[in-house]
Design a protein around this ligand. Sequence first.
Ligand code: KIV
Ligand code: NA
Length: 265
Amino acid sequence: VRKVTTNTLLKMKAAGEKISMLTAYDYSFARIFDSAGLDVILVGDSASNVMAGHETTVPITLEQMIYHAQCVVRGIDRCLVVVDLPFGSYQSNSDVALASAIRIMKESGAHSLKLEGGEEIAESVRRIVNAGIPVMGHLGLTPQSIYKFGTYTVRAREDAEAEKLKKDALLLQDAGCFAIVLEKIPAQLAKEVSESLHIPTIGIGAGKHCDGQVLVMHDMLGINNDFNPRFLRKYLNLHDQIVEAVGKYVNDVRASDFPNEQEQY
Ligand code: KIV
Ligand code: NA
């Protein structure tokens, strides 16, 4: 198997080949996604929402992210694995950021990390990259700052925020990032940012001109029935299929239909 590396992604952008990324948080799904030909798996801090049931990504800890990353890494043959640094593990200063980054890399076996923010974290990005750890940036709607934004709506619609985002993207590229996630920004802005960089942009709710796309696995598989933003394409309706399957199982058990003669020893 030819493994996907950060260099592969740079070459894909140069060749105009789009990059596919999904989140995963455990061994079994990571293994399926890897075998399906996906390029990148993100161990997202969205685990805080979809795995732990928290309302935001703020509470998830470094230890919990390391656990999810360890599980995912065991399922991988060829995907590049990116792990989110969680809220509180890097914002205070670059010494803390570097220590957190090194911990995830040592303890999980993942290949790279993702941090939210621009200028504010550029020095941390530079130091982590200088330590030999590939870093993915994340601009636009950065959910760890939800209490600053107050809402999960589209970011950078106003000129000032759009200008800062363009500058931040160039700063992150200069700091050594190998790619940047652009979350929930206007498609035209994402197009301009993508064209201004030699590193790939990976969009979520950021339009078709990004160099790649990412979705949360629970969203694209339709596991979560009541999350239906405009940007989301659902490839399955697993919620309804699972409800139906569990309902049938309950009925079969109650009717003493399961197990039958062939299903016992
Ligand atoms: O945690 C996550 O799932 C993410 C993606 C939405 C980019 O950061
Ligand atoms: Na995240």
